[in-house]
Design a protein around this ligand. Structure first.
Ligand SMILES: Cc1cc2nc3c(=O)[nH]c(=O)nc-3n(C[C@H](O)[C@H](O)[C@H](O)COP(=O)(O)OP(=O)(O)OC[C@H]3O[C@@H](n4cnc5c(N)ncnc54)[C@H](O)[C@@H]3O)c2cc1C
Length: 368
């Protein structure tokens, strides 16, 4: 194998696609512990923007800007190539009662983003079902959302159609083999079965589990799991026209009438069981935004683990200590929006190409 990728969430799948596009002659292997795109990349909301984007630093904005511009092309290519529509919808994002509106507007002007301050007449026209009482709003008409489980399915179908890519599910990597400053291969163990794979370049795309895996080689990579819970409602037609966000909670409409309500932020290790407390809290937030939801029953609740690197700046690059060991992880709350840029940047680094953006801020530096 030329490239061995550990983890098939959005980051692993997109990196495999980038490498397969650029190097049709290279052999690429993706090893996934469970099923592809069933962890954070399935659980997320799919907003193609950081929430409150001005509250992040320039490294997150740089990745987000590149990826937001690329998403329509990615969605179109996947639909054409696989027949699976990731349902990218440019619905706009309405942020209500953000306390730092002036910073937001300054950030938007500096980064040439479409954002305007709007008054209650505007947001009640935009969202007729909205509760009364919000006093100020920011409207970002360009923001889209993507149906992330379908994006995962489309990427998987794309990769499975390529003769130089192998995707192996139920193959948990438990160990790395090393020699002379190289990671020479990995060991995957499952149900008493043990398999060894050799590789030229090994890349960790293991989301919230990346830190644990790096630690098996005594590398200190600070990636923490942060649990997020979501609710799903089903309607004949979604009761909002666009994404609505206030107090860190949001509503996301899907094309087929589903409505997502997110999300909690919980620092509880690797536990991802849904809880009644989060159910209640999300329902209260949802009802406070859209009174119709006070009497509606969610059809589903779930949780996922966001991979959190410090300040939400992902690690993208070579890990210290090995010549051929790389990482792309730690995108935190923004892994879906940042994924196309993260994958392209790491592919640039791996293939020695001119990088799309300066890779310096993402360089993994061993913590502590
Ligand atoms: C509730 C919630 C809402 C979110 N909303 C948004 C949003 O609206 N917009 C946005 O941009 N982002 C959002 N996010 C964040 C986003 O979902 C994540 O940042 C992103 O999905 C991370 O992708 P990943 O591929 O790095 O990780 P994952 O999707 O977690 O994939 C990692 C993969 O690695 C595999 N793996 C782990 N260990 C091993 C091993 N030892 N061997 C083999 N495979 C292994 C796992 O099984 C998993 O499939 C949200 C997240 C949550 C939880």
């Amino acid at each position: 194998m030329d490239f061995l990728i550990v983890g098939a969430g959005i980051n692993g799948l997109l990196l495999a696609r980038e490498l397969a596009n650029a190097e049709p002659g290279a052999e690429i292997l993706l090893l996934e512990r469970g099923e592809c795109c069933r962890e954070a990349s399935w659980a997320g909301g799919g907003i193609v923007s950081p929430l409150y984007p001005w509250r992040y630093g320039a490294p997150v904005t740089a990745l987000a800007s590149w990826a937001q511009a690329f998403y329509p092309q990615l969605a179109m290519e996947l639909l054409e190539h696989t027949g699976v529509d990731p349902e990218l919808e440019q619905t706009g994002l309405l942020m209500l009662d953000a306390e730092d509106e002036s910073q937001a507007l300054a950030w938007a002007a500096l980064n040439q983003r479409s954002m305007k301050k709007v008054r209650p007449e505007f947001f009640h026209r935009q969202e007729p079902g909205l509760a009364i009482g919000f006093t100020s709003g920011l409207w970002m008409p360009d923001i889209a959302n993507v149906r992330n489980p379908r994006l995962g399915l489309a990427l998987l179908a794309d990769l499975r159609s390529r003769s130089n890519v192998t995707v192996r599910e139920h193959s948990p990597v438990s160990e790395f083999e090393t020699a002379e400053g190289q990671v020479t291969g990995v060991v995957a163990r499952s149900e008493g079965r043990e398999e060894r794979f050799r590789a030229g370049q090994v890349i960790l795309c293991s989301g919230a589990w990346s830190g644990e895996l790096a630690a098996t080689l005594n590398l200190n990579l600070s990636v923490e799991p942060v649990k997020g819970q979501m609710l799903l409602y089903r309607f004949p037609r979604a009761p909002v026209n666009g994404i609505v966000l206030t107090g860190g909670r949001y509503l996301i409409p899907r094309r087929d009438g589903h409505l997502l309500v997110g999300s909690t932020l919980e620092y509880q290790g690797f536990d991802k069981s849904p809880t009644p407390e989060a159910n209640l809290s999300l329902r209260e937030s949802a009802g406070a935004m859209l009174p119709l939801l006070r009497s509606a029953e969610p059809v589903r609740q779930w949780a996922g683990l966001r991979p959190s690197a410090p300040n939400g700046v992902p690690y993208i690059g070579k890990l210290t200590g090995y010549d051929n060991f790389y990482v792309n992880a730690g995108q935190f709350r923004n892994g879906l929006v940042l994924a196309p840029a993260s994958a392209r940047l790491l592919a640039d680094i791996l293939l020695g190409r001119e990088p799309i953006i300066d890779p310096t801020p993402y360089q993994p530096v061993p913590a502590g």
